[in-house]
Each structure stands twice: as C-alpha cells, then as structure tokens.
Design a binder for this molecule. Structure first.
Ligand SMILES: N[C@@H](CCC(=O)N[C@@H](CS)C(=O)NCC(=O)O)C(=O)O
Length: 195
C-alpha cells in the first residue's frame, strides 16, 4: 500500500493514522505545485484530482478524499472507534465537520490572492469552528481515552492554525501537545521533515 502525501498537508493525518494502525505502507511524496512525483511521473495519472491524500492498494486501486481514506484506515486499526451504537457515525460526523467546515475554511489563508479582509474573516471562522470542536472533547482525545483518525485530522488543522497565527482554544492547545507526544505523530512528523 502507498500513501501519496505532501509534507504538512492534510495527508499528514493519514500518515499518522497508518502508523497508529501499524499497517505497513510506503510513502510517495507529491509536489503539489507541479503535481509531479519525485521520479518525475505525473501525479494526476494516479489521482486525476491532483490532491493528496491518495492511498494506492497493491492491486493498483486508488482511494482518494481524506474522509474516505481515514475511514478506511480506521476500519483496519484494532484501536476502538467511539463506543456506543452511533460510534462509527460519530466518527464520520467529526471527520465530515473537519473536512468540510474546518479544512475548507483555511483556503483563503493559503490562497495567494486573498485580501486582508478575506484572511481576517477566514481566521474568525476557523476560531469559531475550533471552539465548537473544543466543546466536543470527551477526554484527552476527541472521543475519550484513545485517539481516533479524527484526532489525527484535527491535529493537522491545529498545526496549520498555529502556523497561520489563528487563535487556538486552550483545550486544543493541550490536545495538540498530547498528540505530539505520541510515537506515531513523532514518526510521521520526522518522515515528513517537520521535526
Ligand atoms: N477533497 C480533498 C481535498 C484535499 C486537499 O485539499 N488537499 C490539498 C492539500 S491539504 C491538496 O492536495 N492541494 C493541492 C491540489 O489540490 O492540487 C480531500 O478531502 O481529500
């Protein structure tokens, strides 16, 4: 199995999740500006959307979209999904919120042509959404004592917020510190040249 990634991008969540799951995988770096791989191949031949993450299975099939890739990894991790009859759906609920509400809200902060007003508005939106997530924490991790793939995705959003000087609620600052102590996170950050 291969994970197509770009350092510090949202694919870092999948990278961490694969280490947490103990699933063997190879890492393939994508240059998101040129959409080329290090061997010169065109990444859009693998994922026509051009975005990371993408997970390629040994039979050649490719799975894209962070929510789907993280859900796949969660299903192959012996660690528990949230407990209760709605557990799996609570996980999907959180993944969908992070992907569609939080992740997308960062766009004006990364886009080269955004105005200051657009950036200010985006920061305010992210702060509001981070507060909503902070209120959902049910323990040291989002769903209690054990992290899930949603924690991995949230952690990446917090690395972006810190870098872009977006205010992070105290509870999520502490959460990010806890995540940084996890061997899977340390390993992924080091493999991506981020530590
Ligand atoms: N809809 C995709 C979007 C992922 C995404 O935004 N990836 C960014 C990096 S965090 C990317 O690859 N951007 C470059 C591009 O789309 O060409 C998903 O949820 O997986």
């Amino acid at each position: 199995m291969k994970l197509y990634y770009s350092p510090g991008a949202c694919s870092l969540a999948d990278h961490i999740a694969l280490h947490e799951a103990g699933v063997p995988f190879d890492l393939v770096k994508v240059d998101l500006k040129s959409h080329k791989l290090e061997d010169g191949r065109d990444y859009t031949e693998i994922n026509p959307k051009g975005s990371v993450p993408a997970l390629q299975f040994d039979d050649g099939e490719v799975l894209t979209e962070n929510v789907a890739v993280l859900a796949y990894i969660a299903d192959h991790n012996p660690a528990p999904v949230p407990s209760g009859p709605l557990g799996r759906y609570r996980l999907l609920e959180m993944l969908a919120f992070i992907a569609t509400e939080l992740h997308k809200a960062f766009h004006p902060l990364f886009a080269p042509n955004s105005t200051d007003a657009e950036k200010k508005q985006a920061s305010a939106t992210i702060e509001k959404k981070l507060k909503l997530v902070a209120n959902k924490l049910r323990g040291p991790y989002l769903f209690g004592a054990q992290p899930t793939v949603a924690d991995d995705y949230l952690f990446v959003m917090l690395t972006w917020a810190a870098k872009l000087k977006v205010a992070i609620p105290d509870a999520l600052e502490k959460f990010a510190e806890r995540m940084r102590e996890r061997p899977a996170v340390k390993l992924a950050l080091s493999h991506e040249g981020l530590s």
